[in-house]
Design a protein around this ligand. Sequence first.
Ligand code: SAM
Length: 267
Amino acid sequence: MKTPVNAIDSGTLRENPWRKRPTLPMSADVKPLFNAERFIRKWGRSIRKRIYWPQLRRKFAEKWTVESGKEQFVKRSYNSYADYVEHQRAKLGLHDLEKYDVKFREVLRERLSNSGICWNGRTVLCLGARIGTEVKAFVDVGCFAVGIDLNPGKGNRYVVQGDFHDLQYAADSIDFVFTNSLDHAFDIHRIVGEIHRVLKPEGRLIIEAVAGQGEGSPPGFFESFFWAKIDDLATLIEQSDFRLSNRVDFECPWKGQQLWFEKKFSR
Ligand SMILES: C[S@@+](CC[C@H](N)C(=O)[O-])C[C@H]1O[C@@H](n2cnc3c(N)ncnc32)[C@H](O)[C@@H]1O
């Protein structure tokens, strides 16, 4: 029999479950001998990759541009914005994200818990959140979190359709914006402007940035914007009315740095 909603102790509802309870087993921890559904998904992905990948490679060749005076950044050349969107949307469905989803959720939850912030009830917007892994980590620590992505896939409970160049949210309305997807920018200045607009005056921007080309990590096939060093990205953000307040190295899901920014002033 179902417990009537009003029979649940309202105190328990307000608590952050991850503070008190041991981590629940997640799907990738449970390994059946043969998982037919997983096998079919893997098979479908491999066929899609064989057919789709060469077409994508032909259409989006490795052509990069560098603006004079801004040699620390490279931008992928697209014929149009529609081409950029098509390229970025194509990423979902080509990779198996099951293990990544469990691992990144776990390590990000740990980083957030160690940050000294009281997360309960904070509002968080995650940009380029794909299947919602980072959104789940913020929910785990007690936030009201939502993600946006050009391609959140069907039936995603954590991420809605959206473009981080043109956010559908009100000015001064969000406590934290999180993103690890700035290497997928088409126009970085426009994105940073949008983040500045939606953050509350005391809001914070958290960027997880992958190590740059000059730090041993070249951009991959889906990256559209890249930096020589993480410092270069940090400087660019600081030049857009943000102040860098903290930075933390990490190794998972890739080698990078978590950068915390405060809004300098309202525009
Ligand atoms: C490297 S993936 C990162 C996904 C996610 N943050 C994670 O760690 O699982 C980059 C994501 O950015 C999304 N993306 C690219 N351009 C975007 C845009 N203009 N607006 C919103 N999302 C975008 C892609 O669809 C992709 O899901």
